[in-house]
Design a protein around this ligand. Structure first.
Ligand code: ZN
Length: 414
């Protein structure tokens, strides 16, 4: 039996792709938006629909988190200071972390949902957080990271075959709208040939690719000169010191393409690097709070957007970021770059969807898209209603979250 249609309505509806609608509503059938308009019109035309009305609220699209890690928890992050210090602290704690990764992933996912997130691009070693994303109710892609150091004596061909095989297995039996693809973790953890082969295989299979690129001063030094704090951690692994910027290096090993989401791009990203991103079609995930915590600089996001690079927002994980609230991350970016509210709200939603190549499926409230939305406890009164909605969502004001037409969080019930 087909699902009964549902009308979600509120005092204000901000579709992001079009003008705000006072006393606005969407009609949802089979998880997708069938129409958008005034409450009175939708109720009149669909008398059989169940109505879920939020009288003192604003409905916005659900947050699209373009770069996150679920498997970390609050309160015991390694010391920051410098990126290589932090990473060394993280690596030391990997064995004890194993015991609580699943629980941390559940909690992180819950926190994201309670902050209005409906789609998450998650990266975790060998896709270890896929079960928790799949059971969370959010839609999303888990990008399985692989580390050639784990494959003693194997060739790059064997390593890339192995991760493709692993991801192919993980893709079986997933819920609708949950997917698994590959991440080439970073220029300093994955050798160039394994990176290149894994990226090629991913493209051949029609999969996306997630990478960390130009995140830290240490990474820039490693790729360019083959020296610095990351060399101390990973030893002289033989492929640093290319003389290139991390973006140019990533291009040279074929990581940059339209299906690639490149996280951070925080340190020393030049105009030439931005040209490379624009030309190759790679998209960016902006994680400004993590970048600040690890002293990694500020990503030149306004210039990237001006040059046509697709940009979304990412929270990163709880060991480098204070929360999984993507709207809070975005408000931080709005203040950092001096964006207006509409630009911020778009970055958090449709921008992220576009960066991940799913802009036709989610990110705005439009006919035919999945009904992915957040109900926010705010009635904007100023000249910048998008900013007010963003501030409310950033500050714990999400009253309900709907993904694929399903109410996955309702504060009233909890
Ligand atoms: Zn990351």
């Amino acid at each position: 039996m087909p699902d009964q249609p549902v009308i979600y309505s509120a005092s204000l509806l901000m579709p992001v792709s079009g003008p705000a609608i006072h006393d606005g509503a969407i009609l949802v059938r089979e998880g997708r938006i069938e129409s958008v308009g005034a409450i009175s019109d939708l109720e009149r035309d669909n008398p059989a629909a169940e109505v879920r009305h939020f009288p003192r609220h604003t409905i916005i699209p659900g947050a699209v988190n373009a770069h996150a890690h679920l498997g970390f928890r609050h309160g015991d992050a390694p010391e920051g200071g410098s990126f290589s210090n932090w990473l060394a602290g993280l690596i030391v704690r990997l064995p004890e972390k194993e015991a609580w990764t699943a629980e941390a992933a559940r909690t992180s996912a819950r926190e994201a949902i309670e902050a209005g997130t409906t789609f998450m691009a998650e990266s975790s070693p060998y896709g270890e957080c896929l079960p928790q994303l799949a059971e969370s109710g959010m839609a999303g892609t888990v990008y399985a990271e692989f580390f050639p150091g784990d494959y003693e004596g194997a060739s790059p061909e064997e390593i890339s075959n192995s991760i493709v095989q692993k991801v192919s297995e993980l893709r079986k039996g997933l819920p609708e709208r949950v997917d698994c693809q590959i991440s080439v973790h970073s220029p300093y953890t994955v050798d160039p040939e394994s990176s290149r082969l894994a990226a090629r295989r991913a493209r051949d299979l029609g999969w996306g690719l997630a990478v960390h690129v130009s995140e830290s001063p240490e990474e820039v030094e490693f790729v360019r000169d083959g020296t610095g704090g990351l060399t101390d951690i990973f030893g002289s692994n033989g492929w640093g010191g290319t003389g290139l910027s991390p973006v140019r290096y990533a291009e040279s090993i074929e990581l940059l393409a339209p299906g690639t989401i490149a996280a951070h791009l925080a340190t020393a990203v030049s105009e030439e690097d931005i040209e490379v991103l624009a030309r190759t079609g790679a998209a960016a995930a902006h994680c400004p709070r993590s970048n600040e915590f690890l002293n990694c600089g500020v990503s030149p996001v306004p210039l990237m957007m001006e040059r046509g690079v697709r940009v979304g927002m990412g929270t990163d994980g709880l060991w480098s970021s204070p929360s999984m609230n993507l709207f809070e991350e975005t408000l931080f970016a709005v203040k950092l770059h001096g964006f207006d509210g509409a630009t911020g709200l778009e970055l958090a939603t449709l921008g992220g969807a576009g960066a991940l190549g799913i802009g036709n499926e989610t990110g705005s409230l439009e006919n035919g898209k999945w009904a992915d939305l957040a109900v926010v406890d705010v009635l904007p009164a100023s000249g910048d209603p998008a900013r007010e909605a963003l501030e409310a969502a950033a500050g714990g004001g999400v009253a309900a979250t709907v993904a694929g037409g399903r109410l996955i969080y309702n504060r009233a019930d909890s």
